[in-house]
Write a protein that binds this ligand. Structure first.
Ligand SMILES: [Zn+2]
Ligand SMILES: [Zn+2]
Length: 407
């Protein structure tokens, strides 16, 4: 079996992996990194079938261009299909506004939607002389790990999390000969999840006691829902705004992919959606606002921040990783924010919490041992070497972009 990564292997970039087995060529993910400017994977060869692990842009962002080029079917779960469609239209809109190159158009997104071939967890398929089974990856709703059983068994994890979150149960190891494992958090440990949640809620209590507002920027896909569920532990006046609203509804339509659909339904039901200028006005004076974008780059979040930026009693509580150069990163490090060409100071308290949807270093190591592989291919992390050091009893490979390895 030959593996070639077209992107996202030596760092958290646009992931794409080609697998050649006997006479079949498969591709796993074909993403786009939404940076400024965006990053794309290398051009793919003609492939027979695509697998899409989940609906984050660094995995799904270039699928329409792949479908246009190869006319392939895309195996994925139902929530992945619906959220991917939403993100593709949004990213086309952003590309238009920002003048980024466009590798597909609306008709390609329609074609992509029709090319999806849906699979549920633990269902099986025969493809290219292999039996395929998909398992939950515990990362975001619908995220899947793929197990391929041919002469040998191979597992491709995609992004994954072994820890339990409010939204999902953690992923379980799958026995295999070759494990292709993500390593986003190589060398980094997460804080205990319950402690992070308690700290977050206690800090909100303090802000409200001072009469301030808590503005919570959150990614639309997965994080908004997780945060709403955490907030539902206490009796706050919560409003939510931005694309997370649509994603909430998609996940509520697919509750079988959640750890506890009823808990999400309750959390969403106890919060107030912003659907008009009038309701946004009310949300601006609410106790807690959860809104996109998670890195304070687009979406309604800046409007909320500009509204409270001179209020030292209010706070901005970031809930995800902040890429260098984004407003979220700028806020954390300098207390300033870019808005319509100007850089302005923000007097609110700014803090970041760890609600990661990826396994930390120890979880990655434990997961790898649990799979009992012979060979391990590490991908999607810029500190893969640190994970490799702790797995030196296995045949560990660290391919780079464009390199073909035999496993
Ligand atoms: Zn992801
Ligand atoms: Zn990723």
């Amino acid at each position: 079996m030959k593996l070639t990564f077209l992107g996202g292997v030596s760092k958290v970039g646009p992931l794409s992996m080609v697998m050649e087995y006997k006479n079949t060529t498969l591709i796993f993910d074909h993403g786009m990194l939404p940076a400024d400017p965006p990053e794309y994977p290398m051009r793919p060869p003609l492939v027979d079938l695509a697998f899409l692990t989940h609906s984050h842009l660094d995995h799904c962002g270039m699928i329409p261009s792949l479908v246009r080029m190869c006319d392939v079917n895309v195996l994925a779960t139902h929530p992945t299909l619906e959220v991917t469609e939403l993100l593709l239209y949004d990213s086309l809109k952003i590309a238009n506004i920002e003048g980024y190159p466009q590798y597909y158009d609306k008709s390609d997104i329609k074609r992509t939607k029709a090319a999806f071939d849906l699979m549920g967890f633990n269902s099986k398929r025969d493809i290219g002389g292999m039996e395929i089974e998909v398992h939950s990856a515990g990362h975001i709703p619908g995220s899947m790990m793929t197990e391929l059983r041919g002469e040998e068994t191979v597992v491709f994890t995609g992004d994954m999390n072994t820890g339990n979150s409010r939204l999902l149960w953690g992923a379980h190891p799958v026995k295999c000969d070759t494990l292709i494992l993500e390593a986003t958090y190589g060398g980094e440990e997460h804080k205990d999840r319950e402690e992070s949640e308690k700290e977050f809620l206690d800090d909100i209590d303090d802000v409200l006691a001072k009469g301030g507002q808590a503005i919570v920027p959150a990614f639309a896909v997965g994080r908004t829902q997780e945060v709403l569920m955490v907030l539902n532990d206490r009796d706050y006046d919560v409003w939510f705004d931005g694309m997370g609203r649509t994603v909430n509804q998609i996940y509520l339509n697919h509750q079988g992919f959640l750890r506890k659909g009823k808990a999400l339904k309750k959390a969403v039901g106890n919060a107030n959606p912003v659907h008009s200028n009038k309701s946004r006005k009310r949300a601006k004076e609410a106790e807690v606002v959860v809104t996109t974008s998670g890195m304070v780059e687009g979406g309604p979040v800046l409007e909320y921040i500009m509204n409270k930026r001179r209020d030292p009693n209010s706070a901005i509580f970031l809930t995800g990783y902040q890429v260098e150069g984004t407003n979220g990163d700028r806020l954390l490090n300098t207390g300033m924010v870019h808005d319509r060409g100007a850089t302005v100071p923000v007097e609110c308290c700014v803090k970041k919490y760890d609600f990661s949807a990826h396994g930390g270093h120890s979880e990655l190591i434990d997961f790898a041992h649990g799979c009992e592989p012979e060979k391990i291919v590490l991908m999607h992390g810029d500190k893969r070497e640190l994970v490799a050091e702790d797995l030196d009893e296995y045949d560990v490979r660290l391919p780079v972009e464009g390199e073909t390895i035999e496993v």
